[in-house]
Design a protein around this ligand. Structure first.
Ligand SMILES: *[C@@H]1O[C@H](CO)[C@@H](O)[C@H](O)[C@H]1NC(C)=O
Ligand SMILES: *[C@@H]1O[C@H](CO)[C@@H](O)[C@H](O)[C@H]1NC(C)=O
Ligand SMILES: *[C@@H]1O[C@H](CO)[C@@H](O)[C@H](O)[C@H]1NC(C)=O
Ligand SMILES: *[C@@H]1O[C@H](CO)[C@@H](O)[C@H](O)[C@H]1NC(C)=O
Ligand SMILES: *[C@@H]1O[C@H](CO)[C@@H](O)[C@H](O)[C@H]1NC(C)=O
Ligand SMILES: *[C@@H]1O[C@H](CO)[C@@H](O)[C@H](O)[C@H]1NC(C)=O
Ligand SMILES: *[C@@H]1O[C@H](CO)[C@@H](O)[C@H](O)[C@H]1NC(C)=O
Ligand SMILES: *[C@@H]1O[C@H](CO)[C@@H](O)[C@H](O)[C@H]1NC(C)=O
Ligand SMILES: [Zn+2]
Length: 900
């Protein structure tokens, strides 16, 4: 690999503005290339020698096929015939909610074998399995014995003879499983409507829980056609991936309905969905595609499905054009579930969502809620082609699926809401998130080797921020070329690749390879390349960007490091000068970028920390959202490091001084807080202004939010607080109040709809009363108080509060085994939980506690949070070093800067 090609985040950002077409080309190139590479099996680098993934090196206990996590390549399923009957009331004798099922799968033998291995988890078989031959000429051998291999999650069937190559056989089974409230496989979700408790039977298969619903060859490459039938009670609706056929009644004189569905397309097991509920829906037909939004009856009656229905058609049309491919199915159902672990799941033709991710109500939803709905719908619809129609072969290439969808969701949402400029937000949302995680040595390369990812918990681990965001970043390369741009005082980014080429040529550098190759190199390594261009001397230098510059990277990087690192101070001085004299000379998005890059480079010791802080002094004059958001994201780190120390006072004083003009500005343009600002971004920034003003103790702000909250408390049926402001107003009023405010919030929470409940739930974590926080922590273990789907995020909210930090950490340690067993099934929340409760860690004592925690629970394990534990240890060490080097100078800087 050649040395000095550079890639610029600044350039990438502008690229997005100029046109989606070129971006799409780049993405397409990288994707095609990566797929080719994957096919040729040259995915590298390896994880060998890495100390961060102990689980991958666990020796397999034996060479028996049933001890391997991957299926042998002997059998290939063709179609399944599956009937499931979930019971929405508990069983009389056992008290368990159950489902019963009958399944037959026809599979082709591609390699002679005397063994059938099929995935099966937590299912009890009520009849001995049978195997028959379907194609003529041979008979199936008898079954010698069969058993469940629980560790590797197989039903193992040993045969007396062998299955013959190229013949088709049918395996039939009958089984019973628990319809548990565990958010995985076929599970139950519960809510109360009109005083009646209602149960929904629903599914979450990805990544490896289809096997918890029925025996199946549960790997994404083993696609098949599924004939599904659901049995359910009268008054309920059954849904699945295919279209419902006419239901038949009174099966064997039982008072139940049997609903069959059209056979699916050939598809992966992880995209299946089965749902029985008493929901209502709203519908529409776009061309020939039937679009339906399902939700609990009260939500549909309140019109909360209308926004999603309005936007789905246009987004679907947009993707049809974008992919130049018709939507592959006759219908598109989307359904809002009270209990759902992730945000949404792209089941083919039946997308499942959290209620807050699909339902919109102008009386309760903020503009942020609305944006989330538009983007998440776009994300899931994007998967209908990318992921569902074309599927990754194995989970190691998950990033392809998620990263791509995470990128094009912005294009789809932009189509749905062109006035919002959501494409600009890519930089803020995804890029920052991945930067923070990926710059640790224990982060994983996007693409792992297939054989490194085997066990279900390793597969779950892949669903972290890195896979979700790094591909977005692919097209938003890192560097600081805008230094060069601003010198000319304008932006001429009409042909950005040409521009990039020119810049390289000017400095005597050549792009070493095609775009696709550059992308691929980057994708396969950890961290970020940071290239510094000295525009005066033309020197180019390159660094592997890591948050802790002293940590050792054990994975081979295809990058060659240049030892002479050079940094051009004079350009920064010019930029800071422009910012302080007239910042509008620099476009908004670049101001945001500048602030962000400065802080990231300071973390990597490429520039001094104080220089990064210097980029925030102009904020007194800044009114735009993006630069503020960027600064606040970075200031958050300073809060985490210092809010338990004497530096805190200086930070508060400085930021209060900076935010006061912004607060006054919004007070004015909203006519004393009476109305929403016009623009989407301004609406966000109004929230920032209030949040920071109150956080830094601006009396005017505290009085304002307390007044609003008191008004609400004095008449709970009259909440005058604008939906956009509710989260921050609730939080700050509860922080300023005591038990009375908290109890009021809890009471409202208990009867609120999902949209309002989410705002209250995060706000209740803002109280400064330790006893309230501790009691709230206890509530997270009682699903009737805090839903399981919300437990870990609630704990993290509490840990975000400086008063709650230590309480949450103690709580997590004390209850680890319980939390792990009860909540370990979910794939996302676990790493969030561990990162969330440890992110302030910055002392030797905390490091010891963390190491002790790792040791104490090595038996139980950390499931999908395994990597997060190592990342937290690494982050703590990095924070300690950072504090040692920066505490006194930073303290002094804030003290001086706070002076009038
Ligand atoms: C599926 O199984 C049911 C009974 O179990 C049977 O009546 C039906 O014909 C089967 N359908 C297919 C497509 O095999
Ligand atoms: C289960 O309970 C219902 C109502 O309590 C009762 O009618 C039914 O007979 C019971 N069934 C069995 C098998 O005990
Ligand atoms: C499956 O069998 C186990 C062991 O007998 C039992 O504990 C469990 O409750 C059964 N599950 C169901 C859903 O019947
Ligand atoms: C909506 O659903 C109803 C009931 O199934 C149906 O009669 C109506 O034609 C559908 N409308 C559209 C626009 O698809
Ligand atoms: C949905 O579209 C209809 C028709 O254009 C419109 O009247 C309604 O206000 C929209 N609803 C929402 C919530 O956007
Ligand atoms: C695909 O592109 C061709 C050529 O531009 C066009 O005729 C066709 O309608 C497109 N198909 C879809 C589904 O957009
Ligand atoms: C700042 O620059 C903008 C455009 O670059 C210009 O319109 C504006 O008048 C300048 N403001 C001041 C105070 O110089
Ligand atoms: C930050 O700004 C101050 C005041 O303008 C200046 O004295 C100092 O040198 C700057 N620090 C760096 C590292 O650029
Ligand atoms: Zn996705």
């Amino acid at each position: 690999m050649g040395k000095g090609f550079f890639i610029s985040k600044g350039v990438g950002v502008l690229l997005i503005i100029v046109g989606a077409a070129s971006v799409a080309t780049i993405i397409a190139l990288s994707v095609v290339y990566s797929q080719e590479k994957a096919k040729n099996n040259e995915v590298s680098p390896t994880n060998e020698g890495s100390t961060t993934k102990p689980s991958t090196t666990t020796p397999t206990p034996s060479n028996k096929p049933w001890d391997q996590y991957r299926l042998p390549k002997t059998l290939v399923p063709e179609h399944y015939n599956l009937t499931l009957w979930p019971r929405l009331k508990p069983d009389n004798t056992t008290g368990l909610y159950i489902f019963t099922g009958e399944s037959s799968v026809e599979f082709k033998c591609v390699e002679e074998t005397d063994l059938i291995l099929i995935h099966s988890n937590k299912l009890n078989y009520t009849k001995a399995p049978t195997v028959v031959s379907v194609s003529g000429g041979v008979t199936a051998p008898n079954i010698k014995k069969h058993w469940l291999q629980t560790v590797t999650q197989y039903l193992v069937i040993e045969l007396e003879g062998t299955l013959k190559k190229d013949h088709v056989y049918r395996l039939s089974t009958e089984f019973v499983g628990e319809l548990a409230d565990d958010l995985g496989g076929f599970y139950r979700s519960v809510y109360t409507e009109d005083g009646i408790e209602k149960v929904v039977a629903t599914t979450q298969m990805q990544p490896t829980d289809a096997r918890k619903s029925f025996p199946c060859f549960d790997e994404p490459a083993l696609k098949a056609v599924f004939h599904i039938t659901l049995i359910h009670e009268p008054g309920t609706v059954a849904l699945s991936n295919g279209e419902q056929k006419e239901p038949s009644f009174n099966l064997d004189d039982k008072p139940v309905i049997e609903t069959s569905f059209d056979p699916t397309e050939k598809m992966s097991t992880y995209l299946l969905a089965f749902i029985v509920s008493d929901y209502d829906f709203v519908n529409n037909t776009i061309d020939t595609v039937l679009i339906r939004i399902f939700a609990r009856k009260s939500a549909i009656a309140a019109g909360q499905g209308d926004y999603a229905l309005n936007k789905t058609g246009p987004i679907l049309k947009f993707f049809e054009e974008y992919y130049n491919s018709s939507y592959p199915l006759p219908k598109s159902d989307q359904i809002a579930l009270p209990d759902f672990n992730a945000g949404a799941m792209e089941n083919w033709g039946l997308i499942t969502y959290r209620e807050t991710a699909l339902l919109y109500d102008p009386a309760f939803s903020s503009n942020g809620n609305k944006e989330r709905i538009a983007t998440i719908i776009a994300h899931e619809l994007a998967h209908m082609w990318f992921g569902n129609l074309v599927t990754l072969r194995w989970w190691n290439d998950l990033w392809l699926n998620e990263g791509f969808a995470s990128y094009v969701e912005y294009l789809g949402a932009d189509q749905a809401e062109p006035d919002w400029n959501v494409k600009d937000l890519i930089v803020l949302n995804d890029v920052h998130r991945v930067f923070a995680v990926d710059a640790l040595t224990s982060s994983h390369p996007l693409s792992s080797k297939e054989e490194d990812i085997q066990k279900p918990e390793q597969i779950s681990e892949l669903f972290d921020a890195i896979s979700y965001s790094k591909v977005s970043e692919c097209i938003i390369f890192t560097s600081i070329t805008y230094l060069n741009e601003f010198k000319f005082g304008n932006t001429v980014y009409t042909d950005l690749w040409k521009h990039l080429q020119d810049a390289c040529d000017n400095t005597g550098q050549k792009l070493p390879d095609t775009v696709a190759n550059i992308m691929n190199t980057w994708v396969l390594q950890m961290g970020f390349p940071v290239v510094t261009i000295d525009t005066v001397t033309g020197n180019v230098s390159q660094k592997h960007f890591l948050l802790d510059p002293d940590s050792k990277v054990t994975v081979d990087s295809p990058y060659k490091y240049v030892s002479k690192v050079n940094y051009d101070q004079s350009n920064w001085d010019k930029l800071l000068n422009i910012l302080s004299t007239n910042h509008t000379h620099i476009p908004v998005i670049n101001r945001a970028q500048l602030v962000d890059d400065a802080f990231n480079m300071a973390r990597a010791k490429i520039i001094p920390t104080l220089l990064a802080l210097n980029t925030t002094t102009y904020l007194r004059n800044e009114k735009e959202f993006m630069p503020w958001e960027s600064a606040l994201d970075n200031m958050n780190f300073f809060y985490l490091m210092f809010d338990r120390s004497d530096v805190y006072g200086h930070i508060q004083a400085y930021l209060q001084k900076q935010v006061t003009p912004l607060f006054r500005h919004f007070k004015e343009i909203t006519r004393n807080w009476a109305e929403d600002p016009k623009g989407h971004m301004d609406q966000y920034n109004e929230v920032n202004a209030i949040s920071l003003a109150c956080k830094t103790g601006l009396q005017e702000c505290t009085d304002l939010v307390k007044g609003w909250f008191q008004t609400w408390m004095s008449n709970s049926s009259n909440n005058i607080i604008r939906p956009n402001l509710r989260s921050t107003v609730y939080c700050n009023a509860i922080a300023a109040g005591g038990a009375k405010e908290w109890e009021f919030a809890w009471e409202q929470f208990s009867k609120a709809n999902a949209i309002e409940a989410d705002k209250l739930r995060s706000a209740m974590a803002c109280t400064k009363e330790p006893w309230l926080l501790n009691r709230y922590l206890e509530y997270t273990l009682t699903p009737s108080k805090i839903r399981k789907q919300d437990a870990t995020s609630t704990i993290v909210y509490i840990a975000n509060n400086v008063v709650g930090q230590a309480l949450a950490w103690d709580f997590v340690r004390a209850h680890w085994t319980y939390i792990f067993n009860e909540y370990g099934g979910g794939s996302f929340s676990f790493s969030n939980l561990i990162n969330g409760v440890t992110k302030r860690f910055s002392t030797d004592f905390e490091l010891q506690q963390l190491r002790q925690f790792k040791e104490d629970h090595s038996e139980t394990g950390f499931g999908s949070g395994t990597l997060a534990v190592d990342q937290s240890i690494e982050r703590t060490i990095s924070n300690m070093k950072w504090l040692e080097e920066n505490k006194s100078i930073v303290s002094k800087w804030f003290e001086d800067a706070a002076k009038p």
